[in-house]
Write a protein that binds this ligand. Sequence first.
Ligand SMILES: [Zn+2]
Length: 217
Amino acid sequence: MTTAPTAHALVEAAESLFAAGVMSHSGHANLSARLDGDRFLLTPGFVRGLRPEQLATVGLDGRLLDGELRSVSTEIIAMHSAVYRARPGVGTIIHTHSPAATAFAVAHRPLPCRTEPMLRFGQPEEVPVVPWGPRGSDVSVRGIASVLADRPTTSAVLLANHGLLVFGPDPAATAHLLVAIEESAEAELAAVALGGAVDFPAGALAAVRSSIARAAS
Ligand SMILES: [Zn+2]
């Protein structure tokens, strides 16, 4: 099976995050895309200027199968494979230090769903916080698995004192949701100056779903 279309889509998703302005100053991120039940593509330890042929192929058991990984990426294999194991429908995982979402992560505050893009594009519920553990450590990975078990419909988690982890069906949709979450975090913080963000009215998600269904029919 050729991995080229998946690799291209993943690199395009990485570029879209820079274009959208959701990256932190360091440009730190790691992205992965599932190839099949046992393997995924993973960024090699950098994303700026990344080419598709530089992606590594990694097994869900943590083994490097093809390509090269910097040591920073070796640490995060377990973080990605834990999500793929917990969520068979997930095809892409993106981790960033997007500044506004990371503010919620360092404050240990779940990010509420109070913007239309977040409601509409895959996270119609708050983004929960996973307790801190060193990146890729058993504590951190067990924490992610535990939160995913408690919150079976969440498509994102905040990693306490660290950053954001978003997962979805494919690279484009996952990058799109990550941008929506970062925008929501920015809006939440900006709204503090105006007395604070306000919840949607009851039934907002159902209203959006019927609006989407009408537009598609
Ligand atoms: Zn990180």
